[in-house]
Design a protein around this ligand. Structure first.
Ligand SMILES: CC(=O)N[C@H]1[C@@H](OP(=O)(O)OP(=O)(O)OC[C@H]2O[C@@H](n3ccc(=O)[nH]c3=O)[C@H](O)[C@@H]2O)O[C@H](CO)[C@@H](O)[C@@H]1O[C@H](C)C(=O)N[C@@H](C)C(=O)N[C@H](CCC(=O)O)C(=O)O
Ligand SMILES: Nc1ncnc2c1ncn2[C@@H]1O[C@H](COP(=O)(O)OP(=O)(O)OP(=O)(O)O)[C@@H](O)[C@H]1O
Length: 493
C-alpha cells in the first residue's frame, strides 16, 4: 500500500520525503522491522521508541512516524510527524488491514475474571451452530484449526487488526475478543466497532497499573460508552452481570440496550435452581419472556454458571435459538488450566487453576470445597513485580478456605521470594498458622501437597493454569503445573 493511502485518515500530519513510498508492513518494535516497513515510534512504560528509530532505519524502514523531532534521518526515508503516535497507531493499523472489524460481528468481553472462559463458551456455541467465529485472548488467536500464540490478552493494534483480517479472510463471521483494562486504557481496541460488549465482574487486580479501584472500573467503561451513540448503533447491546455492583456504573454510561444476567431476581437472563452434581453444574435459565431451559454444564463452580449465563446472553443477541445455546453449553468441555483435573488415577484429585487474584482464588477454592469430600490442600504463590496489595488478601483467602495451604513461588521475576512471602504473611492470622507451610521451590511444594493427600482429598494448585514457563530471576523453568504434578505423581509410584 502507498504511504499516502495509508495516511489518508490522519488529519494532522507533516510529511517530509516521498509520500508515494510503498509500505509492506508496519511495526512499533525496531527489532522486527524489515525492508519496506513503516516504523511507528511509541513512548512506552520502559523505553521511548524514538530511541530505536535509527535501528529501524538500519533494518530497512522506508518511513518513520514520530511525535517529536528526529535528527539524522537519511535521505530516502520519509518522516511523518503527528501530535500523538499512540492515538494514530490504531487508525493506521486498521487502514493497513482494510478495516477488518467492519466485516465481522465484534463481541468484546471485559471483567476481572471469566473473560477466557466466557469467550471460549461463546466461540464454541456459535461455531457449533454454524456461525464461523474467531477468538482473540490470553491463550491464543484461534479460528477453526488455526491457533497463533499471543503475548497480551488484548494484542497491540497491529497484531489485533492483523488477526481480525485473518479471521475475516478465512470466512469468519464473528470475532470474540477478551478486552483487558490495559488494552482499553492503552487504546489497543480503538477502531474496533463492537456490536456486543460484555461485563463479567470487577474485583481487586492490577492496582500496580491502575493505582485505585475507581481507575480500574473507569478504564473498562470505554468498552460500554462507545456503544449505541448513533442511529445505526441501535441494535448494539451491553450485557452486564446484574449481580455485580459495578454494572449500574456501566449501564449509566452506555446508550446501548442493556441485557442483564445473574442469579438474583430482576435479571433479564437468570440462573435458577443451581445444583452441583460431581464435577457438573445443573441449572435452569429463565429468559426475559418467562421461558425455562434446563442446562447441565460439564464444569463445576457457581462462577462458571455466571460465565455460562453471559455466553448464553451473547449468543441470544447473535440470534441463536435457545436449543442451540443449551446444546452448545452442554457440549463445552472447559479449557486448559481452568479448574482442570490433572490426575484422577489416584484416590485423591489434583486440580490446576489459573486463579491469580483474590476473586479468582475465592471462586476456585469455594468450588474445590463443593466438589471434595475430604480435605482441600491449596498450593499457591503470588507473582513478583506486579500488584503487591493483593498478596496479603490472597494469602488470607487461601488460609480461610483451604484445610492446608502451602505457599510457594509463582513467577517471581526479578523480585526476591522472601519479599513476596513477607507481604503474604501480612494477611495471615496467627491462629491459622498451624495449617500453613512455606516451601520456596514450586515442585517441592507440589510434591509435599501430593504426598500428604489422602483418599477423597483434593490438591488445588493455583496461579499458573495453562502457563508453561516459571520465571524466577533470570532462570526460566520450562514446565507447567500439570507437568510438575505428573512428575511428582510418577515419583510417588
Ligand atoms: C505495561 C504494558 O502493558 N506494556 C506493554 C507495552 O510495552 P512498553 O510500553 O513497556 O514498551 P517499552 O519496552 O517501554 O518500549 C516502548 C516502545 O519501544 C519499542 N522498542 C523497544 C525496544 C527495542 O529494542 N526496540 C523498540 O522498538 C517497543 O516496541 C515499544 O513500541 O507495549 C508492548 C507492545 O504492545 C506490550 O507487549 C506490553 O505489554 C507487557 C508485555 C505486559 O506485560 N502487559 C500487561 C500488563 C498487559 O497488558 N496485560 C493485559 C492483561 C491483564 C489481565 O487481564 O490479566 C493484556 O491485555 O495482556
Ligand atoms: N466469573 C468468574 N468469577 C470469578 N472467578 C472466576 C470467574 N470465571 C473464572 N474465574 C476464576 O478466574 C480464573 C481465570 O479464569 P479466566 O481465564 O476465564 O479469566 P480471565 O478474565 O480471562 O483471566 P485473565 O485475563 O487473567 O486470563 C479461573 O481459573 C477461575 O479461578
Amino acid at each position: 500500500m502507498k504511504l499516502n493511502q495509508l495516511l489518508k485518515g490522519i488529519l494532522f500530519k507533516q510529511i517530509t520525503g516521498n509520500e508515494e513510498t510503498e509500505i509492506s508492513c508496519i511495526h512499533t518494535d525496531s527489532r522486527s522491522v524489515k525492508p519496506g516497513s513503516l516504523f511507528i515510534c511509541l513512548s512506552g512504560f520502559k523505553a521511548d521508541g524514538h530511541q530505536f528509530a535509527q535501528q529501524a532505519i538500519q533494518n530497512g524502514a522506508s518511513a518513520v512516524m514520530v511525535e517529536k523531532p528526529l535528527p539524522g534521518v537519511p535521505d530516502g526515508v520519509t518522516v511523518i510527524t503527528v501530535p500523538e503516535t499512540k492515538r494514530v497507531l490504531p487508525i493506521v493499523a486498521s487502514t493497513f488491514y482494510d478495516h477488518p472489524s467492519c466485516k465481522l460481528r465484534m463481541i468484546g468481553i471485559t471483567g476481572t475474571n471469566g473473560k477466557t472462559t466466557t469467550s471460549h463458551m461463546v466461540e464454541h456455541i456459535l461455531n457449533k451452530s454454524g456461525c464461523s467465529t474467531g477468538l482473540i485472548g490470553t491463550l491464543y488467536m484461534k479460528h477453526g484449526e488455526l491457533q497463533v500464540p499471543t503475548v497480551n490478552t488484548t494484542p497491540d493494534p497491529i497484531k489485533l487488526q492483523g488477526f481480525l483480517r485473518l479471521i475475516a479472510d478465512r470466512g469468519g463471521r464473528c470475532a470474540v475478543l477478551e478486552v483487558s483494562s490495559h488494552g482499553l486504557d492503552m487504546g489497543r481496541v480503538t477502531g474496533c466497532g463492537f456490536h456486543t460488549a460484555v461485563f463479567t465482574n470487577l474485583s481487586h487486580d492490577h492496582l500496580d497499573f491502575h493505582h485505585h479501584m475507581d481507575d480500574y472500573r473507569q478504564s473498562k467503561e470505554i468498552l460500554f460508552s462507545r456503544l449505541g451513540n448513533s442511529a445505526d448503533d441501535m441494535l448494539k447491546t451491553a450485557i452486564l452481570n446484574g449481580d455485580d455492583e459495578s454494572s449500574s456504573y456501566y449501564a449509566n454510561r452506555t446508550s446501548a440496550q442493556v441485557l442483564s444476567y445473574g442469579l438474583n431476581s430482576g435479571n433479564h437472563i437468570r440462573g435458577l435452581d443451581v445444583r452441583c452434581s460431581g464435577s457438573h453444574q445443573q441449572f435452569l435459565i429463565k429468559t426475559y419472556d418467562g421461558e425455562h431451559h434446563s442446562v447441565t454444564l460439564r464444569m463445576p463452580g457457581i462462577h462458571n454458571v455466571y460465565n455460562a449465563l453471559a455466553a448464553a446472553a451473547v449468543c441470544f443477541c447473535e440470534g441463536m435459538s435457545w436449543e442451540d445455546i443449551v446444546s452448545g453449553l452442554e457440549t463445552f468441555e472447559g479449557i486448559p488450566g481452568r479448574f482442570e483435573d490433572i490426575s484422577s488415577a489416584s484416590s485423591f484429585q489434583v486440580t490446576v487453576d489459573y486463579a491469580h487474584n483474590p476473586g479468582g482464588l475465592r471462586a476456585a477454592l469455594i468450588t474445590a470445597r463443593d466438589v471434595t469430600k475430604g480435605k482441600v490442600i491449596c498450593v499457591m504463590g503470588c507473582r513478583g513485580e506486579r500488584d503487591k496489595l493483593k498478596r496479603p488478601i490472597m494469602a488470607g483467602i487461601a488460609a480461610d478456605l483451604a484445610d492446608h495451604v502451602i505457599f510457594t513461588s509463582d513467577n517471581s521475576y526479578a523480585e526476591d521470594i522472601e519479599n513476596i512471602f513477607n507481604d503474604m504473611k501480612q494477611g495471615l492470622e496467627r491462629a491459622k498458622m498451624d495449617h500453613i507451610q512455606f516451601i520456596k521451590d514450586r515442585k517441592e511444594a507440589i510434591q509435599q501437597a501430593v504426598s500428604s493427600a489422602a483418599a477423597g482429598d483434593r490438591v488445588v494448585i493455583t496461579g499458573r493454569g495453562h502457563e508453561k514457563e516459571l520465571v524466577t530471576g533470570s532462570a526460566v523453568q520450562k514446565a507447567s503445573d500439570a507437568d510438575l504434578v505428573k512428575e511428582c505423581m510418577h515419583c510417588n509410584t
